[in-house]
Design a protein around this ligand. Structure first.
Ligand code: NOJ
Ligand code: CA
Length: 575
């Protein structure tokens, strides 16, 4: 983790902002900012992640499908998202629920057909919702024809498309690398007596990105989907693309992992610099089609995250998982993470949950105030400078629903690692549409069970409740769209030492919005938060609040906050 003095960056930014606004009287005359670049739509839209197995089932098999997604586009439009990212929906043996692709240019029959995909794109377009697909770049399924050919003989023209090696003289695998999902990283294939390498499950052999034919094949796949209407890709597991050509052993370090294996410093099987060449090539093809690349870029090192942007010629939206790594509500912790990314001078991408980690409602919740905390979190990542990526059901406060016994587990890592590692089923349960059986997701028993809380926590019930998490998300998304400062404005941190309240300004030359988030159960008062900012307003107009009504006027010298209260107020000129 990069270490910098906690608030140095924040203070520097505030000073810069104060300089830029030296004469408060000039605010009103300032020229309007240039309109957002239409080619950079991803900077002003919210992306919504859909796990297709779990969104909506229209053919009564207990598994979601593309037609199910199409049938919910009106809901997504009303919610206010501008793009959906669908996790892999291509043919797959489903060992890793789609992340083991056996054909990159078809739709898995369980999800529908290419015609269904085309209809989804067309219907999405009518509603201003783009479709982002998921490109699994590191590996294929072992059932992919490329791998079938590759494994057939040492002389196969596709042999070098994957990473094959002889074992050591004593019959051991080529080196000590470990697969992420609990097994050794090498599997002996009896057909040729050689081992193949897999960073994830043994059914997910790694492609050999050092082979130009592999690179070309994947670039062609991306082209194929852009030409079919995909607006971009989320790139899976980008830090695993390349391995050390000498296959050196990783150093073993202290401790054991959740599968009880010795820990490794993954210097030879992960984060190799060659990935940036591959990303530049993927980006070039994306640019030819006006498409966006969203990176699955797990790191707690901002310098590493920054490298994925390249010189503006790699990934437009490398996901920043720093918030997802903070597992409790903490104003200082979030403030610090924001300062780090703001200092990096990049376009941030904020994520609080996805299909691989415990749902945010549980992760940040304190067991008592989870709903209020979910609202604070929503108000945070939807009002920061950057692109938020939501996870389906986050807008409902869906809870994690872990399997209760090992027998129930579907995700293989949960079977292998039980009970320390329960797998990822809990965060992948069906979307909760209404209070009917199976939460209105399906008419038959779904592939994963819905929790009892779904009867109260669903789209139907929450739509009717003005104070619901869902309605807060809708208001936040609508506000982002209509408010220039929230969409385009710079981020200016306020009250840098406050232990409970995270407060900041979003501001353009002509407008300013104050966001105050009480991240505690106490009753703090924000005193003069705008001091030194060169703003002449003494009162604010509430744009959105969890307690205060919209358009209410609030004094800015002292803002009392209730536990977990959110106040978003217009504090621009003229008041
Ligand atoms: C990251 C995906 O998000 C995860 O679900 C998957 O298991 C691995 N990559 C392997 O593709
Ligand atoms: Ca189905």
């Amino acid at each position: 983790m990069t270490k910098i003095p906690a608030f140095a960056g924040a203070a520097a930014l505030a000073a810069l902002a104060a300089l830029a606004l030296a004469a408060p009287g000039t605010l009103a005359q300032a020229p309007p900012p240039p309109p957002a670049d239409p080619h950079e739509w991803w900077k002003h839209e919210v992306i919504y992640e859909i796990y297709p197995r779990s969104f909506a089932d229209t053919n009564d098999d207990g598994i979601g499908d593309l037609n199910g997604i199409t049938s919910k586009l009106d809901y997504l439009q009303e919610l206010g998202v501008g793009a959906i990212w669908i996790t892999p929906c291509f043919p797959s043996p489903q060992v890793d629920f789609g992340y083991d692709v056996s054909d990159y240019e078809q739709i898995d029959p369980m999800y529908g057909t290419l015609a269904n995909f085309d209809r989804l794109v067309a219907e999405g377009k009518k509603r201003g919702i783009r479709v982002i697909l998921d490109l699994v770049v590191n590996h294929t399924s072992d059932q992919h024809k490329w791998f079938q050919e590759s494994r057939s003989s040492k002389g196969s023209p596709k042999r070098d498309w994957y990473i094959w090696r002889d074992g050591k003289a004593d019959g051991q695998p080529p080196n000590n690398w470990l697969a992420l999902f609990g097994t050794p990283a090498w599997k002996l294939d009896p057909a040729t007596g050689q081992y193949y390498y897999h960073f994830f499950y043994p059914e997910q052999p790694d492609l050999n990105w050092r082979n130009p034919e592999v690179e070309k094949a994947i670039l062609d796949v991306s082209r194929y989907w852009y030409e079919r209407g995909a607006a971009g890709f989320r790139l899976d597991a980008v830090d695993t693309l390349y391995e050390d050509p000498k296959l050196r052993d990783n150093p073993v370090v202290a401790g054991t992992d959740k599968f009880g294996r010795p820990k490794h410093d993954e210097i030879y099987d992960r984060r190799l610099p060659e990935v940036h060449d591959a990303l530049k090539k993927l980006r070039k093809v994306a640019d030819e089609h006006g498409a966006v690349l969203v990176g699955e870029t797990w790191t707690s090192d901002i310098a590493e995250l920054k490298r994925y942007y390249g010189n503006g010629d790699e990934v437009q939206l490398p996901m920043n998982f720093m918030f997802a790594m903070v597992n409790a509500l903490s104003a200082p912790a979030f403030r610090k993470q924001i300062a780090l990314i703001e200092e990096a001078g990049v376009w941030p991408v904020y994520v609080i949950g996805n299909h691989d980690i415990v749902r945010s409602w549980n992760r940040y919740g304190d067991g008592i105030n989870n709903d209020a905390i979910a609202k604070v979190l929503a108000s945070l990542y939807l009002t920061l400078r950057g692109t938020p990526v939501m996870y389906y059901g986050e807008e409902l406060g869906m809870e994690n629903n872990d399997p209760k016994t090992q027998d129930e587990v579907k995700d293989p890592i949960g079977v292998l690692g039980w009970p320390v590692e329960k797998g990822r089923d809990g965060e992948r349960t069906p979307m909760q549409w209404d209070a009917r059986q199976h939460a209105g997701f399906s008419r038959v028993k779904p592939w994963l069970p819905v929790p009892a809380s779904a009867r109260k926590r669903n789209v139907g019930v929450e739509t009717a409740d003005p104070a619901s998490i869902l309605n807060l998300y809708k208001r936040l998304l609508a506000l982002r769209r209509s408010n220039e400062a929230l969409r385009e404005g710079e981020y200016v941190p306020l009250v840098p030492d406050d232990p409970n309240v995270l407060a900041y300004l979003r501001r353009t030359k002509g407008s300013a919005v104050l966001v105050a988030l009480n991240m505690s159960a106490s009753l703090p008062t924000l005193r003069d938060p705008l001091a030194g900012q060169g703003l002449k307003a003494t009162t604010g107009r509430v744009l959105l609040g969890t307690t205060l009504a919209a358009n209410q006027t609030i004094p800015l010298d002292a803002i009392p906050l209730r536990p977990f209260e959110v106040v978003i107020a217009d504090v621009g000129p003229g008041r």
